[in-house]
Design a protein around this ligand. Structure first.
Ligand SMILES: *[C@@H]1O[C@H](CO)[C@@H](O)[C@H](O)[C@H]1NC(C)=O
Ligand SMILES: *[C@@H]1O[C@H](CO)[C@@H](O)[C@H](O)[C@H]1NC(C)=O
Ligand SMILES: *[C@@H]1O[C@H](CO)[C@@H](O)[C@H](O)[C@H]1NC(C)=O
Ligand SMILES: *[C@@H]1O[C@H](CO)[C@@H](O)[C@H](O)[C@H]1NC(C)=O
Ligand SMILES: CC(=O)N[C@H]1CO[C@H](CO)[C@@H](O)[C@@H]1O
Length: 944
């Protein structure tokens, strides 16, 4: 098999090169080259296709991808041959520059994949290098002939901001352009820089124990030479024009780096010392606490730059225009409506440019000090990160305090060149003191210890020795040994228990979760974990970082099966404080027990300025407020090493095996939302602000899509209760079509003029890809009809003009934009086509387009969508992704089998002329030469 793959790849590379040369300049010799290369390629494709591959895993994926590319290539070879026979025309008609570039890129990627899987083999090295050079050249050519056809794509990066907006505005107001107020523009740019969860980590870093670090800025000597060295050295580094711009702090995971960094960053003395350094100039400080268990943005270089720019520019807004000169000029002539409509996405290069500009303008007029924690936790290339900071340090007026694990890349960069400190060296006494304090906390233990000072000292020293600088280990180990304390065994009993504890953090986790728990308890631990992970996954799909951790209240309604009944039958009733108290403390207690304290609570301070202030509206002090805060607390891992350990394959698998067979975390979290609606913490309030529900609706609907285990067949009832409860809470107008879910479609202005939306919740469920639910609802309608129940209040007939479900099911056919909705799913389309009904008319039913209000059908809409995707270059050549061309081609096939009208015509629009069904398919097949499209083309020919 490997052999067949490598021969195929080499042969493809030869064809790429021949085709590329052919594209440069047509001459007969090269044509011959291409012909013989093609013949050779055909053989290799043949043998690739008829070897039997039974491999699993990555090799299987590679084989699949190669076969797919091979079959696509065969289509192109056929076509090229036909052309060459007919006339000695340019092969570029078949091999467009785009296609060649895509093929080169794809083959290079496959070659690299092959080499990773076959480390010893070097058969592909030369060809890969030749192709890579080619790729560089082709992509440069690309740059110039790309613009045509691209003009309609929506701008997403700053540099592609529509100049047209600016020029239109300029022509409208030829005199003095009206500029928006500066403060408004500052706010606007700051908002685009901010990302959700930006300061989560900073807030989640544990506060230093008691006065652990107070010696650093204290007046007294600490009687510890290492500490004194550090504190004097660090203070001097802060307050003088130290030639070394970088101070490096290093230590093992759990040794308290983040805690120390946060302490230093927040301490007023730091500011005082920095002001001495600055003299007459102002000082700016900014901090970033990266977080490996956090979102992408929280541990990426672009997240770092956004956060730093946000902090620095919030403090120095006057530097904004010079940091973002072109953006500034563009947005200041826009109306606020235009600005709101502008959706900016930052890319790393733009952020780097902006940061360099900022530093350039800030340098002469102020001093800047950055605190950046956890360099090892960044996902990016660490060497590049080191280079970035060292580069910043080259100029004057910037200092950086950086922390990381003691990895080689950082040691080499920082240890010998500048001041640095190893945490273990300065924390040893603190660890000792922490252990001693902790032991003293309980009266009973204290009494025993007092009687045996010698033994106590030995015990504390033992603890410190075994902890090896890791604070977290001591905390967990002490919690554990104190739990089992009894008077008879006394200090020696504690020592024995200590001896039995593993010396590594991971060992402790293993003991707490697996060895110290019964099977039943472990099952509960597993359920907890999978609730947490399911939410992480769903929050990341809908791009809502702030929802990534469950709150106590969300968890409280996800644990017990008993709650199913209230979710299905209960009324909306405000819950009592006692109820909140009971649910929350029960949930928290179970969480602490099942995770032995490895899960903790994170307070509410991290929501930032977007948070609605509803809880704090209550006048005066009431206990309810603190209860609600408890309910609002987020459940998080106490340290990233816990998260990392739980992600380790064999640990994860062991927990997976423990999940109760009828437990589905997504089903539970869907239910949790229904219950939170039905048992509100606050006074029930009817209103029309969908925005307030929308984030939770999005999460609940997405959870529903992932439900796998539904033994009680209850998903549909939960979703109907969600719809019913929100309908009840919705402050509806007399208008029968005024439904909360209708507000999720299009902008108000569009909606006002569009045909009404029928069954908006069903439409929404279709957009969210809830295949099972939608099918069950349709089956229920069909059953009703068969039983002769006349169209009743529940499902009135469909308005002829309303957009049908099939159109919603194909809205995200091949979009590359990130949305909260999934890509269109063939399964959903098949189910809809198989269940024709008044409210689900077939593919040819004519309705009125929601936005343009022209006559449309689901089928024509689909064709139009694909043609547009081609024009906007949203479709990949040689697409090997099963979720790519293969998926939407399958949807096309289903439509055709489901009776789509092959004589349908797509009307002309602003960009494209009128075109027939066959025309669209031919256009796609010709452009992409994908085997699936060839099949569709044949289907159409057979049908016409
Ligand atoms: C592979 O294809 C060739 C035709 O190119 C055929 O002769 C041969 O029998 C096939 N081998 C297998 C294993 O199917
Ligand atoms: C790519 O371009 C460079 C310089 O423009 C040229 O020297 C090189 O030969 C080209 N590579 C190929 C494979 O054509
Ligand atoms: C959603 O709720 C509304 C109002 O109760 C109801 O008319 C509609 O039929 C419901 N939709 C579905 C799909 O159950
Ligand atoms: C395709 O998409 C589905 C749903 O979005 C996802 O579960 C699956 O992993 C994807 N498959 C691949 C190969 O990317
Ligand atoms: C625990 C905690 O951080 N509580 C905070 C929650 O938010 C209120 C108001 O925003 C603060 O006053 C509390 O300190």
């Amino acid at each position: 098999m490997d052999d067949a793959i490598s021969r195929f790849l080499i042969a493809s590379a030869a064809v790429c090169q021949a085709a590329w040369a052919d594209g440069q300049q047509f001459n007969p010799a090269e044509k011959h080259d291409l012909t013989s290369a093609s013949t050779n390629l055909r053989h290799t494709i043949q043998s690739l296709l008829n070897t039997t591959a039974v491999d699993i895993g990555e090799t299987a994926a590679l084989v699949h991808a190669c076969r797919k590319v091979g079959r696509d290539l065969a289509v192109r070879l056929d076509r090229a041959e036909n052309l060459v026979h007919e006339e000695a025309s340019r092969l570029r008609d078949v091999w467009t520059q785009d296609a060649i570039e895509a093929l080169v890129t794809r083959i290079v990627a496959l070659m690299r994949q092959y080499q990773t899987l076959n480390p010893g083999s070097d058969v592909l090295v030369e060809d890969e290098q030749a192709l890579s050079r080619l790729r560089f050249n082709t992509s440069r050519i690309q740059l110039t002939d790309r613009n045509e056809g691209e003009s309609q794509s929506t701008p997403s990066t700053i540099s592609s901001l529509p100049e047209s907006i600016v020029s239109v505005l300029a022509s409208r107001k030829p005199s003095q352009p009206r500029y928006a107020p500066v403060s408004l523009l500052n706010e606007f740019i700051l908002d685009t820089l901010a990302f959700k969860g930006m300061s989560d980590r900073e807030n989640s870093v544990a506060k230093a124990h008691d006065k652990t670090f107070d010696w650093i800025f204290g007046a007294d000597d600490c009687q510890d030479p290492k500490k004194d060295d550090f504190r004097h050295g660090f203070a001097a580094w802060l307050e003088t024009n130290d030639p070394e711009p970088i101070y490096w702090m290093t230590g093992k995971p759990g040794s308290g780096k983040s805690t120390l960094m946060k302490y230093l960053y927040k301490h007023p003395a730091t500011q005082t010392l920095l002001r001495k350094w600055a003299g007459s100039q102002p000082v700016s400080t900014a901090g970033f606490f990266s977080w490996a268990s956090g979102s992408q943005e929280q541990r990426s270089e672009s997240g770092l730059l956004r956060s730093l720019l946000y902090q620095l520019l919030s403090a120095n807004p006057h530097l904004m225009p010079r940091t973002f000169p072109s953006l500034w000029n563009k947005i200041r002539t826009m109306t606020s409506k235009e600005r709101i409509a502008l959706h900016l996405e930052w890319d790393l290069d733009e952020l780097l440019d902006a940061f360099q500009l900022y530093v350039g303008v800030a340098r002469p007029e102020m001093k800047t000090c950055l605190f950046i924690d956890g360099l090892d936790e960044f996902e990016d290339d660490h060497q590049a990160l080191v280079g970035f900071f060292k580069g910043l340090g080259l100029g004057r007026n910037i200092k950086m305090c950086l922390s990381s694990r003691p990895w080689d890349v950082f040691e080499v960069a920082f240890q010998t060149t500048g001041p640095s400190i190893k945490l273990q060296e300065i924390t040893e006494n603190d660890l000792y003191r922490y252990a001693a304090d902790k032991l003293e906390e309980s009266v009973a233990v204290r009494r025993v210890l007092r009687r045996d000072t010698q033994g106590t000292e030995t015990l504390c020293q033992m603890i410190v020795d075994r902890a090896d600088g890791v604070f977290l280990w001591i905390k967990l180990a002490l919690d554990d040994i104190l739990k089992g304390f009894n008077l008879e065994s006394g200090v020696s009993g504690l020592r024995e228990r200590l001896d039995q504890l593993p010396a590594e953090l991971e060992g402790l986790y293993e003991k707490f979760l697996f060895q110290d728990q019964t099977d039943v308890q472990l099952a509960e631990t597993a359920s907890f974990l999978f609730l947490i992970e399911s939410r992480e996954m769903v929050a990341s799909f809908v791009n809502d970082v702030s929802a990534g951790s469950l709150t106590v209240w969300e968890l409280a309604f996800a644990l017990e099966q008993d709650d199913d009944d209230y979710a299905v039958n209960g009324e909306v009733t405000k819950v009592s404080d006692t109820f909140i108290q009971g649910r929350c403390s029960d949930t928290v207690e179970r969480m602490l027990q099942r995770f032995a304290g490895l899960l903790g609570l994170q307070g509410n301070q991290s929501q930032g300025r977007h948070r609605t202030q509803r809880f704090s509206d209550n006048s005066g002090v009431d206990d309810g407020a603190s209860l609600r805060q408890l309910a609002d607390n987020k459940v998080t891992f106490i340290h990233r090493t816990v998260r990392d350990w739980l992600r380790v394959d064999h640990v994860h698998r062991r927990l997976e095996q423990r999940i109760p067979a009828d437990f589905d975390p997504h089903l539970r979290l869907l239910r949790s939302y229904v219950l939170r609606l039905k048992r509100p913490i606050e006074e029930v309030e009817h209103h029309r602000r969908l925005d307030e529900w929308w984030p939770d609706v999005t999460l609940a609907m997405t959870h529903s899509r992932y439900i796998v285990v539904d033994t009680r067949n209850i998903q549909r009832r939960f979703l109907n209760q969600l719809n019913k409860t929100l309908s009840w809470l919705w402050d509806g107008k007399a208008d029968p079509y005024d439904h909360w879910a209708a507000n999720a479609f299009g902008f108000f202005q569009v909606r006002k003029k569009a045909p009404p939306i029928w069954h908006p919740f069903l439409c929404l469920a279709t957009k969210f890809g809830l295949t099972t639910y939608v099918s069950e609802e349709l089956d229920a309608c069909i059953l009703q009809d068969n039983e002769g129940v006349l169209s009743n209040d529940r499902m009135p007939d469909i308005d002829e003009k309303a957009t049908p479900l099939l159109t919603y099911a194909t809205e995200f056919l091949c979009s590359q934009k990130r949305t909260i909705y999934p890509l269109s799913d063939p399964c959903m389309v098949r189910n809809l086509l198989n269940r024709p009904h008044r409210i689900n008319p077939g593919p040819n039913h004519e309705y009125t387009d929601f936005e343009t209000r022209v006559p449309m059908s689901s089928w024509v809409n689909l064709l139009r969508h694909l043609r547009e995707a081609r024009r906007r270059r949203m479709i990949e050549y040689f697409d090997t992704d099963p979720n790519g061309t293969a998926r939407w081609a399958e949807i096309l096939r289903l439509f055709l089998e489901g009776g789509a009208d092959v004589d349908a015509v797509v009307a002309a629009d602003r960009w494209d002329p009128e075109i027939s069904t066959a025309g669209v398919i031919e256009l796609l097949a010709d452009t992409y030469g994908a085997v699936e499209l060839e099949d569709i083309k044949r289907m159409i020919i057979e049908k016409t």
